[in-house]
Ligand binder design. Structure first.
Ligand SMILES: [Zn+2]
Length: 331
């Protein structure tokens, strides 16, 4: 569907995922077409993409360039297949590109690190394997890409008459990028800012020490941009970036107040905190124990991101006792 002149949006289904679709954008240029993000490498996603492209008058070979905002499977999954079918140049941020091998092609070491990390943060033995392997299935929704051109902050991606600036916006993923078109004042935000949901920010072995701090900083840097429309990776296109950023910050602050309440003055593991705060799934409040394994892991890693942020802001302390990590909100 053409939203604005030269800006097409295609929604692809993500069955059984917490977000039910992902947005792919096709930007029409004078001498090529740029695709932003791609969808899962599943027959359902690929067939929907091919059909929707056809309806909008595009063939696969019309795609000359692809930019990936971050390497999560719903954004990166079909990149390899699209490169193969179209010959398009695939571009991704430098940091994200550096994570591909450890995350998808040779994940054994990372799986071990994740298992040790979850255990240290309080996951009991009976749940450990389940949470460690929770993303294995989704990991399969990736088609390998032979060559990726890396993008650095400040790089330009030209698709005449559009010219996009690459913005590094870490938080949801360590090397997440957004594309900003300064003449039209369009922001392609990936999963950095969404209209309907607050993006997940996780602390994990590859996230850096304070991913929520990184996220807040990169949100603040966006607040200085003049933006007319935001084109997110999921959900609706929207205007009003600044109030949306305020909303997101407000929700994070609320969450941290809730965490502080649960913690009291006792030392607790991230797992004990996650188990005792409410989680919202499809608008309903659900306890941790009732979540699916993948959502439990996301809940724990998100709780840890908040605890790490609170520690960095001196609103709490992190203590390592032997192989266990606990947090403390007391003095
Ligand atoms: Zn996503």
């Amino acid at each position: 569907m053409e939203l604005f002149k030269g800006i097409n949006q295609i929604k692809l289904p993500l069955p059984n995922a917490s977000l039910d679709s992902v947005n792919v954008y096709i930007i029409e240029g004078a001498s090529g077409n740029l695709m932003i993000d791609t969808g899962w490498n599943t027959p359902e996603c690929f067939n929907a993409l091919a059909q929707e492209m056809k309806n909008s008058g595009f063939a696969m070979k019309d795609i000359t360039d692809v930019v990936i905002t971050h390497i999560h499977p719903d954004h990166f999954g079909l990149a390899g297949k699209i490169a193969e079918l179209s010959g398009a140049k695939i571009m991704a941020g430098e940091i994200e590109n550096g994570l591909l091998d450890s995350r998808y092609y040779h994940p054994e070491d990372l799986m071990q690190q994740m298992s040790a990390f979850l255990k240290a943060n309080g996951v009991p033995d009976w749940e450990l394997k389940m949470l460690t392997e929770a993303s294995l299935n989704i990991r399969n929704n990736i088609s390998p890409v032979k060559a990726i051109t890396t993008l650095k902050p400040g790089d330009k991606v030209s698709m005449d008459p559009f010219e996009f600036q690459v913005l590094l916006t870490p938080g949801h993923s360590p090397g997440h990028i957004c594309l900003y078109e300064p003449n039209k004042k369009y922001l392609f935000s990936g999963d950095h800012v969404l209209a309907e949901v607050v993006p997940n920010i996780s602390y994990h072995p590859q996230s850096g020490e304070n991913p929520l701090g990184d996220y807040v900083n990169s949100l603040n840097s966006l607040a200085e941009l003049e933006v007319r429309f935001v084109f997110p990776g999921h959900g609706s296109v929207f205007s009003g970036l600044a109030p949306k950023i305020d909303d997101i910050m407000h929700l994070h602050r609320d969450r941290m107040r809730g965490i502080q309440k649960v913690m009291g003055v006792e030392m607790k593991s991230g797992y004990d905190v996650a188990k005792n705060i409410p989680w919202i799934v499809n608008g309903e409040t659900v306890q941790y124990d009732k979540l699916e394994p993948i959502d439990r892991r996301l809940a724990l890693l998100e709780t840890l991101a908040h605890l790490q942020f609170m520690t960095a802001e001196k609103q709490g302390k992190k203590v390592t006792e032997g192989e266990k990590t606990v947090y403390w909100s007391g003095e």
